[in-house]
Design a protein around this ligand. Structure first.
Ligand code: NAD
Length: 476
């Protein structure tokens, strides 16, 4: 059994203590173990990152870009192995895991391209003979705390903008998916990246994660995960006034109006909901359909969902989705579905745990007759379940969609440009997809409103999150 070692200052460091088992969620087998790193181990990683960062920030950004491109090249060379590792521990189907590996390499290259475009400003002064300069400077050491759903990509989503802008980073992967992070570290050792710039510490949120948030030398915690954890991280970061960047949960509404292409809507919403087994922050989580076309649409949507093939992703190449990440996630989905049904929702398809003899599988599910006050409409499901509500006009649809504490993404299906523009203006979400579902573009800006987060990732705006301003007033 592999017991992963932290990656600190360019070396793998053993940590004592009892290991946390890592499971294959399709087979219920233990595939590796990680240590629950203490505050001392985190301190060692932060100290190494801090020391290395002082020379790193002095390098021309174009030289930092060169190191990033070495990492992306290694990822491309090893994409098949990366995909297999992600699939085994996270349950993603192999084609999607392969996309994740290549997208990660492309993302790192995209961030490397910013090397010549990190620009400051020259501001007009009120004083004669004075020049006011605004510099964009690195923060120092960034802490990256990750979830399990796109574990490999999320390392890069934090590491690449941090490094190109002159920061160093300490990453804590999810305890569910550390194997891909260990592989990432191995690939980094095959490049010339200076020691200490990229570090990994393994462990539970309550120990290793908290030690990162509470560390006085961590200048920003960049976190992706649930709202509850985001709130705890903010509270811990408050102690040292540490900056937070939070990418949290979502409850994306998909609105289908009368004039929509119903086949397109059914296909896109289904694909979004079964992608990564529904465990995507910006996947369609609730469907609003015009009451006059509801019957026809639900029939199409159910037929699409029914065709979903699922099982063990390493045992079958022909699947649309794999397992749910763990037993707790599976139980949460089942509880939401059961409680909706006892509250009056009608189960058109699925509605229960799938018995495949092993692993955490849930049947593709469609529920109608749902209501706004149901937990299944208000809480994140994170599984292959689509609750449906009908509406009488677009005002009601937009009101329903906005009736949530989340604000990450939303979608609308319409062939009328006015309706599309109205939705883009009136939906209170960071992103609105029109006639399609997720994903977001790396050159866009992925940032949630409301409890979906603070700050964001990707593009120019995401890059600047990893910088702070410094003004110089030069009087001549
Ligand atoms: P989670 O919040 O349970 O855990 C995420 C990470 O936080 C893990 O590494 C965990 O160990 C750590 N953690 C837990 N408690 C902590 C604490 N007190 N202090 C510091 N760290 C702590 O989330 P998850 O179940 O791994 O991921 C699923 C969630 O992530 C969903 O809500 C999903 O919507 C969200 N997500 C959001 C985005 C986005 O871009 N907005 C992307 C992917 C996933």
């Amino acid at each position: 059994m592999v017991m992963h070692q932290n990656f600190i200052n360019g070396r793998f460091e053993a940590v004592g203590g009892e290991g946390i088992p890592v499971l294959n969620p399709a087979r219920d087998t233990v595939i590796s173990e990680i240590p629950d790193s203490s505050a001392d181990a985190v301190d060692q990683a932060v100290a190494a990152a801090r020391k290395a960062q002082t020379s790193w920030e002095k390098l021309p950004a174009i030289e930092r870009a060169g190191f990033l491109r070495q990492i992306s090249a290694k990822i491309r060379e090893n994409a098949d192995e990366i995909a297999r590792v992600i699939s085994e521990e996270q349950g993603k189907i192999l084609p999607l895991a392969t996309v994740e590996a290549h997208f990660t390499a492309n993302y790192i290259d995209y961030m490397a391209e910013w090397a010549r475009r990190i620009e400051g400003e020259i501001i007009q002064s009120d004083r004669a003979g004075e020049t006011v300069l605004l510099f964009r400077q690195p923060l120092g050491v960034v802490g990256g705390i990750l979830p399990w759903n796109f574990p490999f990509f999320l390392i890069a989503r934090k590491m690449a903008p941090a490094l190109i802008t002159g920061n160093s980073i300490v990453i804590k992967p999810s305890e569910e998916t550390p194997n891909n992070a260990a592989l990432f570290a191995r690939l980094v050792t095959e490049t010339d990246l200076p020691d200490g710039i990229f570090n990994i510490v393994y462990g539970r949120g309550g120990t290793t994660g908290r030690a990162i948030s509470l560390h006085p030398d961590v200048k920003m915690v960049s976190f992706t995960g649930s709202v509850d954890t985001g709130s705890k991280i903010m509270a811990d970061c408050a102690k040292n006034i540490t900056k937070v960047n939070l990418e949290l949960g979502g409850k994306a509404p998909a609105i289908v109006v009368k004039d929509a292409d119903l086949d397109l809507a059914a296909r896109c919403i289904k694909q979004s909901r079964v992608l990564n087994t529904g465990q995507v922050c910006n996947a369609a989580e609730r469907v609003y359909v015009d009451e006059t076309i509801a019957e026809e649409f639900v029939e199409k949507l159910s037929a699409e969902m029914k065709a979903t093939r699922y099982g063990d992703p390493l045992g079958n190449d022909e699947l649309d989705m794999g397992p749910i990440i763990n037993k707790a996630g599976l139980a949460k989905i089942d509880e939401l579905v059961t409680s909706a049904m006892s509250g009056g929702a009608q189960c058109v398809l699925g509605g229960k745990v799938a018995d495949l003899g092993m692993g955490n599988h849930y049947e593709p599910t469609v529920l109608t007759n749902c209501r706004q006050d149901m937990d299944i409409i208000q809480k994140e499901i994170f599984g292959p379940v689509l609750p449906v509500i009908t509406f009488s006009d677009i005002d009601q649809a937009i009101d329903y969609a906005n009736d949530t504490v989340f604000g990450l993404t939303s979608s609308i299906y319409t062939t009328n440009l006015n309706t599309a523009l109205r939705a883009a203006n009136e939906l209170h979400f960071g992103e609105t997809y029109i006639n399609r579902e997720n994903f977001e573009a790396m050159q866009g800006y992925h940032a949630g409103h409301g409890r979906s987060g603070i700050g964001g990732a990707d593009g120019k705006h995401g890059l600047l999150e990893y910088t702070q301003t410094h003004l110089a007033y030069i009087q001549t």
